[in-house]
Design a protein around this ligand. Structure first.
Ligand code: CDP
Ligand code: MG
Length: 833
């Protein structure tokens, strides 16, 4: 009882104390995060260059002087030999021909929608046109243009390119700002930033004071952040009549946006691409002489992949899978496949079978084809790095004198990015392994060959509403067309789709907008933190509104976890969660971990839940792998097993023996590295919130007490909870909603015959015939009573109802009674307090 009181008071008081009053709270957050940035400050995307002078005349003089200065600088650059070349390049872009029409439309209308093929110069040229025309005008030095990008890598690479086109250093007139990084100075008038950054900016400055133009790029992607931003901007326009909004899209579906903004004018930039010869899977197999029987062999490659596939699909033996793929493909002769049926052939997956085909095609291109870069579309960072590893050991593709092998994905370093755009030396073939980031937001000029795996997965840790660990899904026809189009930029190209034509025919025309297909919890929190009123009312004004049920589910969940109160207002906890761009449950764990000084292991748990499972189980070494995992599992917890594995890896890594450690213990070194990187990222996020002392180096952690860790994990994962029912020899599991549930066989708890705890909290349940739980941790009655549900809200009734329901459902009268009396006493205590 004392403990609960302490938890309750501690968390409530602690967070309230930290945050202060509601109003000053957000200011604090932002001023705190400023201190961590050197060049970029968050205290306004555009600070006024210097205090404005009192008189209008004096101000005009300064503005005029600055414009003259900028004009003469540009003139000098455009007369230099480099500058002439650059201008020549720019003039040849399709966008340049539409410059006047574009500027005219922008000056006449508050909202303009621009569409044009990828590579026509939308992102690099249009913001520049506006900037140049503003500098030419009297207001030159006062304009401030924000151009949002869905991903941080494009914000960085585009700003660098634009600065180079203007013959400047980054951070002068042109800058960028992404989370935790940025380059901008006093004279920055054009800023590329991620959509998330602009949304955060709107938190503290609802009217975007001082901003003259907002350009929202890549709206065709229909990301959640972009759709959200459009609602907010639509509300803002009447309040800021002089603000200009420009929407840019790589596809032609501009009407939807135009009608959303009351019939805004649309400008299309006609583009030009060379014809692209398309090969589908059947053609590729024919062309390469690849016999279907060889699928067996393909399937044999890469134990990790094969194992991964089976973890997610119903279990089948490898040979069974291979022959079923073969039989199905042969019998169907490709004609009757749809994306779904192809999926149901358990092991069909481009990133599994496809790897060998990709290797084969790349060799074929290197040996037999004309010069030109190759762009390979894969699903995500992990596939890119495993394919890269595989190719590097190949006798042709791994030969650096012949092949320049590069990766292109959202979380790469900037130095690596630049290499993608450079032309390789003569005789060297550039091969870029990319995610769908290269579909529309990044253009590699010299691509002639495209290999398309047909799937995509977005995992972005920058977005405000991150849903990590998405499974790869089939792309849409529009995406396939975009990917194909990448091959025809400089000359006629070739595109290899690693799926049969009939599957392509069955693809959806467009991908569903993210807002219609992902959980809305984080979005709801953002709506509340921006004080945008009722969640459902606000979302009903979206371009395409999500289902009411989905909205209600999200609100209900947020209430259960204590982020919203009964009246849908943000609680203190909720406000902290809005600052952590991750699923609320993960944010909750981090917050409690920080408060209870056990952050270090909790960082590992949270990072581990955001990447692919690092524990590998190769088919032929299943027993050894299980034995290796067993060393880490003494706590009846998958989460804590991971903590132990990470600790071991981290120690080994210090002696540069990380790989060896992974090898010995059947761990994925890539996942371990990803966990390591994410831990650092999450830690710096927490520093921004002010919950951890930024001066300490100990990761806010002096406690590895497993009971405490169980409590923190329970606090995060609730209401993901099931009851352990012991029989004579084993145990079964039940949840309130689903009845009987099962554990994934790779869970440490699945190996136990008895679990000495009455409850398991779990991260995720997945329906594959039966309902399976992934990653669980055993907790005791008292931990569930004290940490399950929303502590810190004083909402005893709600908690009682919720937990009481659980206890009664599972008919544990003694515990239920104990719980009730505890809560009653607690009520009295709280009231007396
Ligand atoms: O936005 P959009 O797809 O219409 O094209 P863009 O990104 O503005 O690119 C216009 C041209 O600039 C393309 O030919 C790109 O290859 C080139 N570019 C470049 O060379 N280096 C960059 N970092 C970005 C673009
Ligand atoms: Mg672009």
């Amino acid at each position: 009882l004392g403990l609960h009181r302490r938890v309750d008071c501690y968390l409530g008081d602690y967070l309230s104390q930290k945050s202060g009053s509601t109003e000053s709270f957000q200011d604090n957050v932002f001023s705190r995060s400023n201190s961590s940035c050197s060049i970029a400050t968050d205290d306004g995307l555009f600070e006024q260059p210097e205090p404005l002078p009192q008189s209008k005349a004096a101000m005009e003089k300064i503005v005029w002087r600055r414009s003259v200065q900028m004009r003469s600088q540009q003139q000098a650059w455009q007369e230099s030999s480099e500058g002439i070349k650059m201008l020549e390049f720019r003039r040849n872009l399709p966008a340049y021909k539409e410059k006047d029409a574009l500027l005219m439309a922008i000056s006449q209308y508050q909202v303009v929608i621009i569409s044009g093929e990828t590579g026509c110069g939308k992102t690099t040229q249009i913001p520049q046109f506006i900037l140049e025309s503003e500098i030419e005008s009297v207001h030159g030095a006062l304009c401030s243009i924000i151009c949002t990008q869905p991903r941080r890598i494009s914000a960085m690479s585009v700003s660098e390119r634009v600065a180079a086109e203007r013959g400047e250093k980054l951070g002068e007139t042109v800058g960028y700002k992404v989370r935790l990084e940025g380059m901008k100075g006093r004279d920055t008038h054009l800023l590329f930033c991620t959509t998330g950054i602009l949304l955060r900016r709107l938190l503290v400055d609802r009217n975007l004071k001082g901003v003259t133009h907002v350009i929202v790029d890549e709206i065709h992607e229909r990301g959640m952040n972009e759709d959200f931003l459009l609602i907010v901007l639509k509300d803002l326009l009447p309040r800021r009549p002089e603000l200009r909004l420009i929407l840019m899209s790589a596809t032609l579906d501009a009407e939807l946006f135009s009608s959303y903004f009351g019939g805004a004018p649309m400008v299309h930039i006609p583009g030009f691409t060379y014809p692209v010869h398309t090969h589908f899977l059947e053609n590729i197999l024919e062309m390469t002489g690849y016999k279907l029987t060889q699928y067996n062999q393909i399937d044999d490659y890469g134990q990790e992949k094969t194992w991964k596939m089976n973890k997610q699909a119903p279990r089948k033996r490898k040979s069974q899978i291979a022959s079923s793929v073969e039989d199905a493909l042969r019998a169907a002769d490709f004609k009757d496949f749809t994306p779904e049926t192809l999926e149901s052939v358990s092991c069909w997956n481009p990133d599994c079978i496809g790897f060998n085909l990709i290797e084969y095609l790349l060799c074929y291109i290197c040996e037999k084809e004309r010069p030109g870069a190759v762009l390979v579309f894969l699903t995500g960072w992990d596939d890119i790095s495993s394919l890269k590893d595989k190719l590097q050991s190949h006798y042709i593709l791994g030969d650096t004198r012949r092949v320049l092998l590069l990766a292109c994905h959202g979380s790469m370093a900037s130095a690596e990015q630049r290499l993608i755009f450079d032309e390789p030396e003569d005789g060297v073939r550039k091969i870029v392994l990319a995610t769908n980031i290269a579909e529309t937001s990044i253009t590699i000029n010299d691509v002639v060959f495209v290999i398309d795996c047909g799937k995509a997965k977005e995992t972005s840790y920058d977005a405000l509403n991150n849903t990590p660990c998405l499974l790869p899904s089939w792309i849409s026809k529009v995406s396939a067309k975009q990917r194909r189009g990448r091959a025809g930029r400089v000359q006629p190209g070739e595109c290899y789709h690693l799926y049969p034509r009939c599957v392509y025919e069955a693809f959806a025309d467009y991908q569903l907008p993210e807002i219609l297909r992902t959980p809305l919890q984080s979005l709801c929190l953002q709506i509340k933190s921006l004080k945008l009123g009722s969640i459902s009312e606000f979302l009903s004004r979206a371009l395409q509104s999500p289902e009411l049920l989905a909205v209600q589910n999200a609100i209900e969940y947020l209430k259960i976890i204590g982020a919203l109160d009964e009246n849908e207002n943000l609680t203190v906890l909720g406000r902290y969660l809005t600052m952590l761009p991750m699923e609320p449950k993960l944010g909750k764990m981090l917050i409690l971990g920080a408060i209870f000084n056990c952050l270090d292991p909790i960082l590992t748990v949270v990072a581990g839940l955001s990447v692919r499972d690092p524990f590998l189980t190769p088919f032929d070494k299943k027993d050894l792998a299980e034995a290796a995992k067993a060393q880490f599992s003494r706590d009846y917890s998958d989460h804590l097993a991971l903590v132990r594995a990470y600790e071991g890896w981290n120690n080994a890594e210090k002696d540069l023996a990380g790989y060896e450690y992974c090898w010995k213990n059947f761990l994925s070194a890539q996942s371990m590295k990803a966990i390591d990187a994410l831990r650092r990222e999450f830690y710096s996020l927490l520093k921004d919130t002010g919950l951890v002392d930024s001066t300490t180096t100990t990761c806010n952690s002096w406690s590895y007490d497993v009971h405490l860790l169980r409590a923190v994990i329970c606090y995060g994962l609730y209401p993901g909870i099931c009851s352990v029912v012991h029989n004579e020899k084993s145990f079964s599991l039940k949840t309130m909603e689903d009845g009987q549930v099962l554990l994934y066989s790779n869970s440490v708890n699945a190996k136990e015959s008895k679990i000495p705890y009455p409850w398991l909290v779990f991260n995720e349940k997945i329906k594959v015939n039966s309902i399976f739980l992934r990653d669980s941790t055993a907790v005791s009655d008292s931990v569930l009573l004290l940490f399950g549900g929303n502590i810190s809200m004083g909402d005893t009734d709600g908690h009682l109802k919720m937990l009481g329901g659980y206890l009664e459902f599972f008919m544990k009268p003694a515990v239920a009674e104990m719980y009730r009396s505890l809560r009653r006493e607690l009520d009295v205590l709280i009231q007396n307090k």
